[in-house]
Design a protein around this ligand. Structure first.
Ligand SMILES: [Zn+2]
Length: 296
């Protein structure tokens, strides 16, 4: 059998894709794949297990970017620490900032956490355009799907209707998922819907689910928790009877574990993104909500 298989495979035509798509994050890749269907080949530059603020600028990523017709980025400076040099070295005019093949997902969503006054370095790693972690709200994912469909339609007009249909169906199902999950969380008494987070990355998640974030373990974004700050957070946990410390899987867990133990509560570790290509964005969102709910 084995001997026969190889010649047969060689005779089969290679799968032909209308578009080659690269996304910076696995959740964006999962959305792009659902919008593009069989017409597109999609690759994610990062895995759900790594912190997207500090991805490795590996040379292999330049090769991927060089071949892409469309690049989907999160935006709001989330990838500012690693993407710009890779994009420059890709020598691919189709996907440079401002080109038709450059899709900034943040332009589709309602933004939270936009700094009100002037910002400076003392405030830590603040994102000046607003909080970039909007993909943890499926209502943002829905808006991103519609934006991605527009750019695919521009890059590949013959399949425009398919992209738009796929995106509309995905957006409708994500909006429905958002509504049913909100209703589930509303059943939980309000005094239990309080959490402490590690990084300020759950802003959109708590906004969607009606959960209150009472403190962050990082004293400022990107700054590791200091003993003094942790002691202050413990006071807040005790005074507000918080039972859950929530964080994405790629942040250090020691402090959260210790505090959860002192509060007789739980550390809710959330998946860092859709496990592309095996998991859809909707399943990822369900898993995030489930992981949070289990602790409350
Ligand atoms: Zn951040």
């Amino acid at each position: 059998m084995k001997k026969l298989l190889l010649p047969v495979l060689l005779l089969l035509p290679l799968p032909v894709h209308a578009l080659t798509v690269v996304a910076t994050l696995p959740s964006l890749a999962a959305i792009a794949k659902q919008v593009g269907g069989a017409q597109v080949q999609v690759e994610s530059l990062t895995s759900p297990h790594q912190d997207p603020h500090y991805a490795d600028a590996k040379p292999s990523l330049i090769v991927s970017l060089n071949r892409a017709d469309v690049l989907v980025v999160n935006g709001l400076d989330l990838e500012v620490g690693w993407l710009p040099p890779l994009l420059l070295q890709s020598r691919n005019a189709r996907i440079q900032k401002g080109a038709a093949g450059y899709v900034d997902a943040s332009q589709a969503v309602r933004l939270l956490g936009v700094p009100k006054g002037p910002i400076d370095r003392a405030m830590g790693d603040v994102h000046p355009g607003g909080n970039p972690h909007f993909l943890l709200d499926p209502r943002s994912g829905a808006r991103v799907a519609l934006l991605v469909a527009k750019s695919f339609a521009k890059a590949d007009p013959p399949n425009a209707a398919t992209y738009q249909q796929n995106a509309s169906a995905l957006a409708a199902s994500l909006d429905a998922l958002a509504a049913t999950t909100t209703a589930q969380f509303a059943q939980i008494p309000a005094e239990r819907r309080r959490i402490v987070v590690y990084h300020d990355s759950l802003t959109y998640l708590v906004d969607w689910l009606g959960v209150k974030q009472v403190a962050t373990l990082e004293p400022r974004p990107g700054i590791a928790p200091s003993p003094q700050h942790v002691a202050e957070v413990l006071q807040v946990i005790k005074s507000q009877n918080v039972k859950v410390i929530a964080q994405e899987e790629f942040y250090p867990k020691n402090t959260g574990k210790t505090l959860a133990g002192l509060a007789h509560g739980a550390l809710a570790v959330l998946p860092g993104g859709a496990d592309f290509p095996t998991e859809t964005y909707a399943v990822h969102i369900k898993n995030v909500a489930q992981a949070l709910r289990a602790g409350l």
